[in-house]
Design a protein around this ligand. Structure first.
Ligand SMILES: [Zn+2]
Length: 216
C-alpha cells in the first residue's frame, strides 16, 4: 500500500507489452493509467514522483533519485537501464520554485516536490510534452522551451530560459516509441565513441610507458 496506484501500471512486463504492441490499440482508460505511470511515478518503484528529488536518464525515464541511487549501489538495476552506471548518467531535475504555498526555508524543503514548467507553472501530467535542460535540470514544457529558443538571434548561444546557462543538451521526457528508438540509437553511438576514445587513450599511455622503459 502507499504506492499511489502507480506500481500496478509500472509492472515491467505490462509496460514492455504495451510498448511493443503500440499504445494506440489500447482502451482510453488504460492509456490514461499508462500515461500517469510514465509521467508521475518512479520507473523503478512506481512511487509518486512527488515523494522526493526526481532524476531522468538519457532515454527520458523518470525516477525518484533515492530509488535509482539505491538500485545502482546494490547493482539491482533492471537490464533496460544498463546505460545508467554512474551519477553523470542521469540528470537531476531542478525543484520547482515554491510560490503557490508561500512556504520558505525549512518548510519549503520539506514540501512535496511539484513537477511543473519553470516558465508557465503548468503541472507535468503527461498531457503536454516536457523537456529537461542539461546541465541545469530546469523542467520546461516543450512548447515553452521551443518558443524561447525561437527568439535566440542567429549566431548566439542557446541558453536556458530560466537560469541562462548555455544549453548542452535538451532531454525529452517519456518519449514516444519512435523518439525512444532514435534516442537509443544516438546513445549507443555516443557510448561506442566514448569507449573508442578511452581505448585509444589507454593505448597511447601504454605506448608512452613502453618508450620510457626503452630509454632507461
Ligand atoms: Zn536552467
Amino acid at each position: 500500500m502507499g504506492n499511489d496506484g502507480c506500481s500496478m501500471m509500472t509492472d515491467r512486463r505490462f509496460l514492455v507489452n504495451v510498448r511493443q504492441s503500440g499504445e494506440n490499440a489500447l482502451p482510453i482508460q488504460d492509456k490514461e493509467s499508462i500515461r500517469h505511470a510514465r509521467w508521475c511515478c518512479c520507473s523503478l518503484t512506481g512511487q509518486a514522483l512527488t515523494k522526493g528529488p526526481v532524476v531522468c536518464d538519457r532515454l527520458g525515464s523518470l525516477f525518484l533519485r533515492k530509488a535509482l541511487v539505491a538500485a545502482l549501489l546494490s547493482k539491482n538495476l533492471p537490464s533496460q537501464y544498463s546505460h545508467i552506471k554512474k551519477s553523470s548518467d542521469f540528470l537531476n531535475i531542478a525543484p520547482a520554485p515554491v510560490t503557490s504555498t508561500g512556504k520558505k526555508g525549512a518548510k519549503a524543503a520539506k514540501a512535496p516536490q511539484t513537477l511543473q514548467c519553470a516558465l508557465s507553472g503548468e503541472a507535468m501530467t503527461g498531457v503536454q510534452p516536457f523537456v529537461v535542460v542539461d546541465p541545469c535540470g530546469h523542467l520546461l514544457q516543450h512548447a515553452a522551451y521551443d518558443e524561447c529558443v525561437s527568439l535566440v538571434e542567429p549566431g548566439q548561444k542557446t541558453t536556458c530560459p530560466v537560469c541562462n546557462v548555455p544549453v548542452k543538451r535538451v532531454q525529452v521526457l517519456c518519449p514516444s516509441v519512435g523518439e525512444l528508438a532514435k534516442m537509443k540509437t544516438e546513445l549507443e553511438a555516443e557510448l561506442a565513441l566514448a569507449k573508442e576514445a578511452k581505448k585509444a587513450l589507454k593505448a597511447k599511455k601504454k605506448e608512452k610507458k613502453a618508450k620510457g622503459a626503452a630509454k632507461k
